[in-house]
Structure formats: structure tokens, C-alpha cells
Design a binder for this molecule. Structure first.
Ligand code: BGC
Length: 422
């Protein structure tokens, strides 16, 4: 663990402005996160209930905003004010950035007690391990390369869910001909990036994706397959109809709502959208279904949700360890992930527990578990690059999509420049 820089040490020693001291009888932890949609809220409430039984009170500090854009900023300002929360939803590279400045509490004792090296998926354990320390409690694995569809609508039109881009085009044509929207869409930069990385994986395959995203080789971004992915991105956007000002920037929950009420037939989004449909009462067996984004079979483009325990002036270490322990327990994992739309981070599910997952979740868990699958980290959800790079890529994609004068090759050059390692 890197030594605490002097400025952070000073800040942490000061009593912060929001330091509410919980009553001794109800030991509580202040949790900063961005789960504010219906399913996210329910999933967080489920954790709150389980933790209460374990004697830990969850004080909610939720910051609305899909993909955590606002929450990450609020966390930064709380740290600068000397008042870090006790627990924060830090994921992927943001986790290691904060660990580097000594803000994250190592959870090595919990990991040893709970045998995380045997019970967690190795990919998950390595994601929460840094410089010899375990630095977060993992909650669930989301699959980004998910294509959701409205079962009723496809059945009415006599269509089958698409398994190739040719089939996808066929479904899109038929849905358009029926006067409906083939694909729900939002122009929010993080949502564009979320769709794009699935298209990129589909065109480029895991090897080139790795060169582009994990190794950050600029030249790889100039590959003709990237141009194809960019052209497909533009085409997908055009499916949501011209509108007066083109597609809008709006919350992912509004797109999920279109899918739910049948005004759109399909949606490409991380499987948290599945959780949302279920929270609204839709069934994965009768109302909606999911397949992987065409061309990404046996690939799992993942985003793993994690909660980090932060170092602060309150030092509630025993409570933080209790929380981490409770979150990784099998019953918590099963109950939470069923609501959230993700799958457990544990590889030791019994056959009954695995069979109890719905089809979409089972395919996600099986693919993540299978030795032969490609487990690929999401760029848009911080698994593969730092916050600034992720934002710069999302902005470059947004510019390309919203400026019809920019062609795909120009966008490739811009992306190659953005991804370049200093
Ligand atoms: C998180 C999910 C969350 C989604 C939408 C993702 O980055 O991993 O837990 O539901 O953003 O807010």
C-alpha cells in the first residue's frame, strides 16, 4: 500500500464538515454510491436489510446519475473537504487510483477469513487486488454485451431474437415497417461508449480489443475493423428515428421504459437494464428476453461492482470489515444479484443456485466461469482505463455521432490520439 500523501493525511486528521457521529448503539457506515434507479435502489435496500441483521447500519449517501458520472465527482470533493465517506462505490481503475493515495482500507484479513482466493472468480479477485492488498468488497458481475428484446412485440411481428448482424438488420427492418422503433437509444456519452465497446468487441474480437483498450496501442485504433464498428454505431443510432433534433441525451431508464412498453423492440445495454425491467414487474420468462450482442458469443464484456472501505477520521475498521464480509457471503450474493441484474462474483455456486438463475443470468455466469471464454474488461465502466481516458473516449465517440460531418476515419484518428499512453 502506498504511503499516505501528506495532504491527504492532514485532511483526514481534521474533523470534516459532515461528520455526523452515529449513536453508539447503532453503529453505522456512510455509503456513497450511484444506485438510484428502481432496481438499483432495491438492490441497495436489500444490502441494507442484510447488513442491519449483521449489526451494521447503512447510511445512504446516494448520488443520482447513470454510470456514476456525478458520484465520482462528489467523492472527489468530499475527500478534498476532508470528509471521505466510510464506504464508496469505487470500481475498476478508480479503485486503484484511490488506493494509490492511501485512501482505501486493505481487506486482507477479510479475504483470508472468507477464503476469497478459493470462492471468488480469479478475474474478480485480481480486479480487487492491488500491490499485494485486497482493496474492495466485490458485489456482482454485470455483462455489457447484452441485447434485450421485448418478447411480446417480437412475437406479434413473428420475429425471432437476432443472433447475427444480418438477423438484427432483418428484425430492425420489420419493426420499422410496423411503424415502431427497432432500438431504444440515448445520446448520453457514457451510454454511447457502452454500446460502442460491444460493437468493437463484435468486430475486432478479444485480441484486437485487448491491444486497443488494455495495452492502449494507438495504431490498433486505425484498424479497418474499428471503422466498421463506428459505422455500425452510426447506423444503430439512425434506427431510433430522425426526430426533430435527432436522438436525445436521456437517462438509460427512459430507454428501458420504451422497451418495457413496447415502443422500442430492442436495447443494447449492460444487464442492469434487466434488473430495472424486473423491478417494474416485467418477467424475464414472459415479457422480455436477452441474447448477447451479435458476434460476441462466448465473450463476457464485464463491469464488476465493488464497494471500497475508505480510510477516514472515524476509523470504523471493524464495522467496515464486517460489511465486506457480509457482502461477499453467498446468501447476500444471491439475493442482491437477482435484483440488480448482475451475477454473483463467486464461482462456488451449488448446482441448485446456478439453476435458479434465469436464462440470461445463467448464460452470463456460465460464460464468466467457463475456462474457454474471453473475459473482457469494459472501458466505459472503468474496468480498463482511468476516469480521464474513459471520459475522453466517450467524448470523442459522442462528437463523432452527433457531428454528421465527421467521418469514421477521422474519429479513429481522434480515438487513437486519446488512448495514447503518455
Ligand atoms: C454500474 C451499475 C449501474 C450502472 C448504471 C454501472 O457503471 O456498474 O451498477 O447500475 O452503471 O447506473
Amino acid at each position: 500500500m502506498t504511503a499516505l500523501p501528506a495532504w491527504i493525511g492532514l485532511l483526514l486528521a481534521l474533523p470534516g464538515p459532515g461528520l455526523a457521529q452515529p449513536a453508539a448503539s447503532t453503529p453505522s457506515l456512510d455509503v456513497l454510491h450511484w444506485w438510484t434507479s428502481a432496481s438499483e435502489r432495491r438492490a441497495a435496500d436489500q444490502l441494507r436489510t442484510v447488513l442491519a441483521t449483521a449489526g451494521v447500519q447503512w447510511n445512504d449517501a446516494a448520488i443520482p446519475g447513470g454510470g456514476g458520472m456525478a458520484a465520482v465527482k462528489v467523492l472527489k470533493s468530499r475527500v478534498l473537504l476532508g470528509d471521505p465517506p466510510d464506504v464508496a462505490q469505487l470500481i475498476g481503475s478508480t479503485l486503484t487510483e484511490w488506493a494509490d493515495v492511501g485512501l482505501v482500507l486493505p481487506l486482507n484479513a477479510v479475504a483470508t477469513r472468507q477464503k476469497w482466493s478459493q470462492t471468488l472468480f480469479p478475474t474478480v479477485l485480481s480486479l480487487v487486488s492491488y500491490k499485494g492488498d485486497v482493496i474492495a468488497a466485490p458485489l456482482g458481475v454485470h455483462r455489457i454485451n447484452t441485447l434485450l428484446y421485448n418478447r411480446h412485440l417480437l412475437q406479434q411481428l413473428g420475429l425471432r431474437p437476432p443472433h447475427s448482424w444480418a438477423e438484427f438488420e432483418g428484425v430492425a427492418r420489420a419493426v420499422s415497417a410496423a411503424g415502431l422503433k427497432p432500438l431504444a437509444w440515448s445520446d448520453e456519452a457514457w451510454q454511447i461508449a457502452t454500446v460502442f465497446e460491444s460493437l468493437l468487441l463484435s468486430e475486432a474480437g478479444p485480441a484486437l480489443y485487448q491491444e486497443m483498450i488494455q495495452q492502449r496501442k494507438s495504431a490498433a485504433w486505425l484498424d479497418p475493423r474499428v471503422e466498421k464498428a463506428l459505422l455500425r454505431l452510426r447506423w444503430l443510432r439512425s434506427l431510433s428515428g430522425p426526430g426533430s433534433d435527432g436522438p436525445a441525451e436521456r437517462a438509460w431508464t427512459l430507454s428501458a421504459r420504451e422497451l418495457m412498453d413496447g415502443s422500442a423492440a430492442m436495447m443494447i445495454m449492460g444487464d442492469w437494464a434487466r434488473g430495472e425491467l424486473m423491478a417494474w414487474g416485467a418477467s424475464p420468462y414472459t415479457d422480455f428476453g436477452c441474447v448477447v450482442v451479435p458476434g460476441t458469443e462466448h465473450m463476457h464484456l464485464y463491469s464488476v461492482d465493488t464497494l471500497a472501505m475508505l480510510v477516514n477520521a472515524r476509523h470504523p475498521v471493524a464495522l467496515q470489515e464486517k460489511m465486506a464480509e457480509t457482502l461477499s457471503a453467498l446468501p447476500t450474493q444471491l439475493a442482491y444479484n437477482r435484483i440488480k441484474g448482475s451475477v454473483p462474483v463467486r464461482r462456488d455456486l451449488s448446482a441448485a443456485a446456478r439453476n435458479g438463475l434465469d436464462g440470461c443470468a445463467r448464460d452470463s455466469w456460465d460464460t464468466f466461469a467457463a475456462p474457454g471464454s474471453a473475459r473482457v474488461p469494459s472501458l466505459a465502466h472503468r474496468m480498463a482505463a482511468d476516469e480521464a481516458t474513459k471520459d475522453a473516449v466517450a467524448q470523442a465517440l459522442w462528437r463523432y455521432l452527433t457531428d454528421p460531418r465527421m467521418d469514421a476515419q477521422e474519429a479513429q484518428k481522434r480515438l487513437a490520439a486519446v488512448i495514447h499512453l503518455p
